[in-house]
Structure formats: structure tokens, C-alpha cells
Design a protein. Sequence first.
Length: 307
Amino acid sequence: PSTPEVEKQKKAQKKLLARKLTREQIRPGTPEPVEGRQHVHVQTELYLEEISDRIIEVDEECQTDEFLDRPPTPLFIPAKTGKDVATQIEEGELFDFDIEVKPILEVLIGKTVEQALLEVMEEEELAQLWSHQRAFAELRNAEFAELQRLEEQDRRIREEKERRRLEHLEKLQKQKETAEKVAARAFAQRYLADLIPSVFSNLYDSGFFYDPIERDIETEFLPWLMSEVEETLQKKVLGRMMLDSLIRVVVEKRLDEFSHPPPSDQTEAPAEEPRATDAAPQVSGEADAADQPVAEKEETDQPVAEE
């Protein structure tokens, strides 16, 4: 672009910068954050922009055409115009270097020395400030430690007072409970003085108090004795029944033998028939059942044998 346009653009940029500076100066700034807080930049635009520590980079490539080498461009030398004029200056006509440089050197040296002295004084002042700061920090730390010690002592005293108060209240409560228990015990003794004999008599009558030997005999010995007696009686009854059945069988056999006389050819061996009748009791029973009068006699004889 041409020179006037560039100047216009520069002037416009300067105006914009000046307006921004004036706006920033007029606009009130954000107050400093309180202790323990910090300011954080927050996006308030309509369109959110992702903020990242690393900028996104993309590699792009472009292939250009090859150009042939050409000789370097010669320097532009404008055409000479006007006339050449020369002036002869002799030595010592313009200035003396030593004379002209001396005040400048004096000023530079004086300023340098003054600046060095100021820096030394500033360092000494900073050292004094640091020493005062260290002394103040030590004093503050000592005061803070003393304050903590006094606070801890106050806390221990308060805890001790609270503990003593609770112990006193607990002691009063225990004394009150003890007095109430003593009063209740005395009242119960007076109230139960006439009640205990009647209660014991009622419990004794109800059977709650008993002789352990008598109770053991009633609960353990007598049931065992009765069971043993019953078992013995059952055995005796069983033996009697078996004896009665044997007697009945023998009587029936003898009755059968006497009711049927043996023939004449069998008189020689009378002793062998009882063995045959003993070996077959069911056959004699059937023969007795067939004979009605004999059965009636057996029925009349059975109760007598059982008795």
C-alpha cells in the first residue's frame, strides 16, 4: 500500500489503543482476593472456547515448482547529479579530544560512583530491614508460642473444672441413689416383716418347699420299685399261665387216653403212646374238640386251674 494509507492505518491503531487504555483506566478493577482465595479467569462469552495448555499444531506441506538459478540482482546506483565540493580541515581546528571528553568522563564517573554508593546504601538498608524482619518474626513466633501455651493451659483448666463438676454431680447422684436404696430397703423390711412368714407358709403348703430325700424317694425310688414289682408280677403271671396251659394239655391227653381204651393187641406197649401224644398236641386238641362232653369238662376245669 502507499505511504498515506499506511500512516492512516497507524493513526487508527493508535486511536484504538488510546481508547482501550482510557477505558481500562476508567473502569474499576477487581479487588484483591482475601487470604486463602485466588482469582480464576472464567469465560463469559456466548460461545465457549476450549482452553488447553498446549496449542493444537498441524503439519501442512506444499509442493512448489522448481525455478532455475539466476544471477544475483546488481545493486541499484542512482545517477550522479550536482557538483563535487571539498573542504580542507587542519588539525586542531574542530576540537581537542582530551579537552572535550574530560567533562563527559567526569560526569560518567561521578554518576557511576553515586549509583554504586546508592546501591551499597540500599544493600545495607535491605540488610537492616531483613535483620529487623527476622527479629520481628522471632518475637512474633515467641508470642505465638506463648499464646498457644496460655490457650492450652486455659483449655486444661476448663477441662479440669468440667471434669470436677461432673464428678461432683455424679457423687451427688450416687449419694441420692444410695439414700433412696437405704430408704427403700428399710421400707421393704418393715413391709415384708409380716408378709414373709405368710408367704413361706403358703409356698410350703403349695409344695414349693420340700424335703429332698422324700422328693427323691417319691420321684425316683418309688416309680422304679413299682416298675420292678410290675415286671416281676408279669413274669409270675406269665409263668402261671404257661404252667396252666401245660397242666391243661396233660389233663386233656390223660382224659383222651382214659376215654378211649386201647385194643388188646396194644396192651403190651402202653408206655409209648404218651410220647406220641406229647409229640402231637394239636391232634389231641382236635379230638377233644370233636368230643363235646370232654370239651365241656375242660372248660369247667380251666377256671379252676387259672385260680
